[in-house]
Design a protein around this ligand. Structure first.
Ligand code: GTP
Length: 594
């Protein structure tokens, strides 16, 4: 295709503002999917995406429109997947900034807009859902125009649901998004913006060709690893993969299949060139996503450990951001310490492990990564509370902090500031986007955000506030490790790193919870919370003599046997902490956040 006829664009928006629905309409209106095969969220291919109504993986589709080729890239909206958005942006020249006409600008609208501006994209402001009775297109057109510095009349108004305005929007893309520019005669250079593992075809690599041409049956070179592969298939997605025997030229977006089995061999951000005539310089890549949140994952049934390992191996094949290593817990047995991009990523991985692989799992409370400097100058990185040194030789502890942006109606300013202050936030600034809508910026420790911050924010603002955050380095903080002991034995799964001011509350809370969850034993069991050797909270489980057979009046023998069997079954699901029997459910319940 002549590059002059190509337009590469993406849709960026806050979560739920309707990207996937708009993408669906575009597929239909351009005739790529006929009415009969249309289904909602056509491009969200994973079950979990469809059920939750969220996009996790980016998708690229080629749409024919008015003699042109439009390549549309659907991107995820959630903050955990920002890195997916930024890589998709680099494959485009334009972005549709989609805003719900009943909600207005939200935190991820801003975050995504800034990413798009940094990538030098042409921005098309669009209000969506104008069919809603609650839509206020005039008001929000002004807000949006103010934000990007255009006239309110330049803001397009559409409904992805009914299709109103979508044709005009496609025309607008053709007219205003710049055509890709590249050197057709130069050595091939294509940017990998996604790579997905497919059980049948191996790794499918999505690329945007910048210079030159990539063909079928060509030896290609991955520039960062110097690995060479042969392209077994090359093509475009429209809306299913379609082999393109002529290959891909300047400005084109498509996929490659080389028979590689592991997404790490086809790294996102890498440059593909041809092995015979290779380019000298790589394209500017992306930073590899770094896990921000860690948690221990353990099979409830210890025998399932090998299955868990296998399942993680498989998931990692198409989720390069997922990392893990084996860990053992005295209380929970063999498991893994797993690193995630954020809480949603964690929830999704866990849900996929349980659903797609049929595992039952316990996860320990999530924590961030701490840097601990000892008095002798040595340093360690702590991703697990049990690695936190207990001795008094710690000089400094550093925790990751974020720059957080909260958008909300002005009436909630007080409530928001109260929550942020309570979590050691430092106010950075505040701006009014319109008369009744403010943007509040805070420096907040990441460790405070991952602990039900979002839920609290939502409930204190009746769901009106939205949050976005980005990593902003680290800060020194007064952090301690709180251990929970049963009869003097620490239970590693319950240790937590918390701020000094919150250590007492955590200890009391955990001790109370456990007193209710752990059944009485034949002896008294003290539950203690401690910082080092100092006990900060204590509860007691009183002793009982539990004799199940007493209920049987000595009569019916078979009934007696049944009871004994049952008790044995129950024992299997018990974990021993010292002499104390703790039922599996107690761990599950105590570790679940509520
Ligand atoms: P993520 O993929 O999670 O980022 O969400 P999204 O932005 O793709 O939103 P999605 O398309 O899933 O739409 C969110 C909700 O808004 C769904 O319930 C849609 O049915 C609804 N919706 C989307 N577009 C419109 C519209 O034009 N009008 C109305 N009334 N509802 C819409």
């Amino acid at each position: 295709t002549d590059p002059a006829l190509i337009r590469n664009f993406c849709i960026i928006a806050h979560i739920d503002h309707g990207k996937s629905t708009l993408a669906d309409r575009m597929l239909q209106i351009t005739g790529v999917v006929d009415d009969r095969s249309m289904r909602a969220q056509y491009l969200d291919r994973m079950d979990i995406e469809r059920e939750r109504g969220i996009t996790i993986k980016s998708q690229a589709v080629r749409l024919p429109w008015d003699g042109h080729v439009l390549n549309m890239i659907d991107t995820p909206g959630h903050v955990d997947f920002t890195y997916e958005v930024s890589r998709s942006l680099q494959a485009c020249e334009g972005a549709i900034l989609l805003v719900d006409a009943a909600q207005g600008i939200e935190a991820q609208t801003l975050a995504n807009l800034y990413l798009a501006m940094n990538a030098d994209l042409h921005i098309i402001p669009v209000l969506n859902k104008i069919d809603l009775p609650a839509a206020q297109p005039e008001k929000f057109a002004e807000e949006l125009a103010g934000l990007i510095g255009c006239d309110p009349s330049d803001v397009l108004k559409v409904s992805g649901k009914t299709g109103v305005g979508v044709r005009e929007l496609l025309d607008h893309v053709v007219q205003t998004v710049p055509a890709p520019v590249g050197d057709a005669d130069a050595a091939a250079r294509a940017l990998i913006f996604d790579s997905v593992y497919d059980t049948y075809r191996g790794v499918v690599t999505y690329v945007r060709v910048v210079d030159g041409h990539l063909g079928k049956r060509e030896r290609i070179l991955m520039m960062s690893t110097n690995a060479t592969h042969e392209t077994l298939e090359i093509g475009v997605i429209s809306p299913e993969p379609m082999p393109a025997d002529l290959g891909l030229g300047v400005g084109e977006v498509g996929y490659l299949i080389t028979g590689v089995k592991d997404v790490r061999q086809s790294r996102v951000g890498d440059t593909v060139t041809s092995a015979a005539k290779s380019a000298k310089e790589m394209l500017a890549g992306y930073e590899h996503p770094k896990p921000m949140v860690f948690s221990g994952l353990y099979p409830i049934d210890g025998d399932e450990y090998p299955e868990l390992r296998e399942a993680l191996d498989k998931l990692q094949l198409n989720d390069a951001a997922l990392i893990y290593e084996p860990e053992t817990s005295a209380a929970l047995g063999f498991g893994f310490r797993v690193g995630f991009l954020g809480l949603l990523h964690m929830e999704i991985v866990r849900e996929r492990l349980e659903r797609e692989f049929g595992l039952s799992l316990i996860s320990t409370a999530p924590n961030v990564v701490y840097r601990v400097v000892m008095e002798d100058g040595s340093e360690l990185t702590v991703t697990n509370p049990s690695e936190f040194p207990s001795g008094g030789k710690i000089a400094q502890v550093f925790e990751p902090v974020t720059k957080s942006t909260i958008l909300a109606p002005a009436e909630f300013i007080g409530a928001i500031m109260e929550i942020c202050q309570g979590r050691r936030g430092q106010l950075l600034g505040m701006d009014y986007l319109s008369e009744d809508r403010v943007e509040i910026r805070y420096t907040l420790p990441l460790g405070e955000i991952i602990f039900d911050f979002f839920d609290q924010l939502k409930s204190r603002t009746r769901g009106y506030a939205s949050l976005d955050y980005e990593p902003a380095g680290e800060q020194e903080a007064d952090l301690v490790k709180v251990d929970i002991l049963l009869q003097g034995e620490p239970v590693d799964a319950f240790s937590a790193i918390v701020h000094k001011d919150k250590a007492y509350a955590y200890g009391v809370d955990m001790a109370k919870k456990l007193r209710e969850l752990i059944p009485r034993q034949q002896f008294e069991v003290p539950i203690q919370a401690a910082i080092g050797a100092r006990v900060i909270a204590r509860e007691n489980i009183r002793a009982i003599r539990k004799d199940v057979l007493a209920k049987c009046y000595g009569g019916d023998i078979s009934r007696k046997r049944k009871l004994l069997e049952k008790q044995k079954e129950g024992k299997k699901r018990m974990k021993m902490v010292g002499r104390v029997e703790v039922p599996q459910e107690a761990f599950v319940a105590a570790l679940s956040t509520d």
